[in-house]
Ligand binder design. Structure first.
Ligand code: ATP
Length: 308
């Protein structure tokens, strides 16, 4: 539960006289659980989510780009997710323009904007670009879901196998166009160019060679995803260490070492519980005790604690 530490018991996010609006930004490498955390936060605080993954912004290839499903969204409104024609370009400037609009519309509904995704250079452009004056308009709270590199790599590799089982190959086949440009639009996504040889030559080859090409494509996707995760992590370290971004790390490594109920408990204890505490303090300027269960932090309870 939250306890107010100041005299002003109103929540800043709902105060029309506030000077700076508040925005939460959830960062982390691919596969670390950013989306899960953002949904958990949105069940604690009235919030809407703004996607900052430059591939998930496109319509289509939901499995390949690992988009959050409707079921996983649990009714929380999502912005900039699956909205763009797959052939369009989507630059950092486009991201900044659309995100600025989305933030204002979320704030207009008295809700907290939570920006979530792995495109760190786009987040950097949004937050640090002088044209957008982001930092003078908004107060930011950065959460960083961190997972140790070896654990992350083995998870990412398993996730690709899972995606294949869930229909990734057929989904990518539908997008295959022998004349397509892999430098444009959604076809830049990991999981598209890697299948080129398999789709192009597979139908002409014997079964064994075809199976080998498929395995090579899957291995390449695993390799490229691990490299992406490392680049994302390097970028996050750079933002923290060189640019002085005040990131709050949440170490999820233990969650990935466990299974089932134990993993869920570790998630609450190490990631969603502390994450909700940090956001609660950021929004309401409150001291907090770690809740026994994140479920006890539903909006009405938080609202009641904040306003009485
Ligand atoms: P950079 O400016 O280096 O591209 P960034 O932080 O803006 O970095 P990332 O989101 O890390 O961009 O994406 C880099 C590349 O990784 C993309 O161009 C794409 O090939 C791949 N990628 C990123 N997100 C996904 C995704 N959800 N699905 C598939 N591939 C992705």
């Amino acid at each position: 539960m939250f306890h107010s530490s100041g005299h002003n018991h109103r929540m800043d996010v709902f105060n029309p006289r506030r000077q700076k609006e508040k925005v939460v930004i959830v960062m982390g490498a691919t596969g670390t659980g950013k989306s899960r955390l953002s949904i958990d936060l949105a069940t604690c605080f009235p919030a809407e989510i703004i996607n900052s993954d430059k591939m998930q912004v496109y319509e289509g290839l939901d499995i390949v780009t690992n988009k959050i499903t409707k079921e996983e969204q649990r009714g929380v409104p999502h912005h900039l997710l699956g909205i763009l024609d797959p052939n369009e370009d989507f630059t950092a400037r486009d991201f900044c323009d659309l995100t600025s609009l989305a933030i204002e519309s979320v704030l207009g509904r008295d809700r907290l904007p939570i920006i979530v995704g792995g495109s760190n250079s786009y987040i950097e452009a949004l937050v640090d670009d002088h044209d957008y004056k982001f930092r003078s308009k908004y107060e930011c709270c950065f959460l960083w879901v961190d997972v140790s590199v070896p654990v992350m790599h083995s998870f990412v590799s398993g996730r690709v196998d899972h995606m294949v089982q869930n229909g990734m190959v057929d989904e990518a086949r539908e997008f295959f166009d022998p004349n397509a440009d892999y430098m444009k639009g959604i076809r830049r996504a990991i999981g598209v160019p890697e299948f080129d040889k398999y789709f192009r030559y597979g139908p002409l080859l014997d079964e064994e060679t075809r199976a080998r090409l498929l395995q090579q494509a899957v291995d390449k996707i695993k390799d490229n995803t691990c490299k992406l995760a490392c680049r994302q992590l390097e970028k996050i370290h750079g933002l923290r260490n060189n640019k002085g971004w005040n990131l709050h790390p949440l170490d999820a490594t233990e969650v990935f070492r466990k299974r089932g109920k134990d993993a869920d408990e570790a998630w609450e204890k190490l990631v969603s519980g502390p994450g909700a505490m940090i956001v609660g303090q950021f929004l309401y300027n409150m001291t907090a005790e770690v809740p026994p269960h994140i479920g006890s932090l539903r909006v009405p309870a938080a609202l009641a604690a904040a306003t009485h």
